[in-house]
Write a protein that binds this ligand. Structure first.
Ligand SMILES: *Cc1c(COP(=O)(O)O)cnc(C)c1O
Length: 357
């Protein structure tokens, strides 16, 4: 590919690709990485050269900002290969825009669209072989930025590193999960950083999730921090509820991440004639709907698994099992099939969401 870039780009190509040694059928999510990575440094108020080089360890001073004050943000997106061997990105500019929203909240610099998108395309072009075609196959892309200024002075870093690494992924059916509705711990608060993909959001979530796991639940449905009644996210995913034939999901806010999967599913559901309500939904409504037999489905939505179905939830020590909706009647399955179909170019992309590299 001869990519005309508006920034300086250097490419240091690996001598021999590792791609032939990879068992793509059995890769564990996020565990192996492609031949190359993208690295770009911010210094003296500007982003420098975009370097694409062999994936490998990096070395930093122990005093850099990210180790102490945690200026760190990331994105998660995927590339897909169609049956003509063309590689596609799904709504990548949404991720770029969100990356900058996260950056702003964390007092980190914006990155320009060219470095983010065209840099990513140059990287993907080099690691094309790592994007496998066929249902469920994709390449997970992880752009991230960290503060790299040396010194333990508590303040925002003046130097940053932007980096992109890529990892082959397979979406497999991992089964439904049991969740626990949060009654004490919070993932996010008003005025906080819940709407950003800052690393600390994840770090803070591990402990309460471990506690839930010890009680037999794989994930937590996070509630609002003030009242613990509004249902907001499921683990690290947005969450949808189906009551009767209506699909309900909370509006995005300072506490809720504006997921690309979430908004794509809303549009697909509407295009299929499903009644979608974007509004606050409280635990009591769930309990009432469950008592009447109208609570049919709950599922999480996010790039990594697309849709994660939930089989039941616990609230105040009581477990509520959802009915076993048949696959052909499931909104979760229908939406997942359509979204993945668009992403894999097996279903026509009437929304114009896919972008060829
Ligand atoms: C990344 C993320 C999501 C999902 O966003 P997508 O753009 O759909 O991948 C949802 N909630 C949280 C907290 C997240 O970090």
């Amino acid at each position: 590919m001869s990519l005309e870039t508006k920034f300086e780009l250097s490419i240091d190509k690996i001598e021999k690709s590792r791609v032939d040694s990879i068992d793509f059928e059995n890769v564990k999510f996020g565990s192996i990485f492609t031949d190359h990575m993208l690295v770009c440094h911010y210094k003296d108020g500007k982003w420098g050269k975009v370097e694409i080089k062999p994936y490998g360890p990096m070395s930093f001073a122990p005093s850099i900002n990210v180790f102490h004050y945690g200026q760190a943000i990331f994105e998660g997106m995927k590339a897909y290969k169609d049956n003509n061997d063309d590689v596609w990105l799904f709504r990548p500019r949404e991720n770029w825009a969100r990356f900058n929203k996260s950056a702003e909240r964390m007092a980190m610099p914006h990155i320009d669209e060219e470095r983010f998108i065209d840099g990513l395309k140059a990287l993907l072009d080099l690691d094309r072989e790592w994007v496998r075609k066929g249902e469920g196959n994709s390449l997970y892309l992880r752009p991230f930025m960290v503060g790299t200024h040396e010194g333990v002075v508590a303040g925002p870093s003046s130097e940053f590193m932007f980096c992109v690494i890529c990892s082959p992924a397979r979406t497999y059916y991992s089964g439904k999960v049991k969740v626990q509705v949060a009654e004490h711990y919070s993932r996010a608060a008003n005025g906080g950083v819940g709407y950003t993909k800052c690393s600390g959001n994840y770090g803070g979530q591990f402990y309460p999730t471990q506690l839930a796991q010890q009680e037999g639940y794989q994930q937590i449905i996070w509630t609002d921090d003030a009242t613990h009644t509004k249902l907001e996210e499921a683990g690290t995913m947005n969450v949808f509820f189906r009551i009767g034939d209506t699909l309900i999901t909370a509006p995005t806010s300072e506490r809720i991440l504006d997921g690309v999967t979430r908004k794509s599913l809303i549009d697909i559901a509407k295009s299929k004639g499903i009644n979608v309500e974007v509004r606050a939904i409280v635990v009591q409504e769930l309990l009432d709907a469950h008592a009447k037999g109208e609570l049919l489905e709950i599922f999480g939505a996010g790039t990594a698994v697309t849709i994660g179905q939930i089989e039941g939830f616990a609230y105040q020590q009581k477990y509520y099992e959802l009915p076993n909706v048949k696959d052909e009647d499931s909104y979760a399955i229908m939406l997942k099939t359509n979204l993945q179909g668009i992403q894999q170019k097996a279903i026509e992309d009437t929304f114009n969401w896919t972008e060829k590299i």
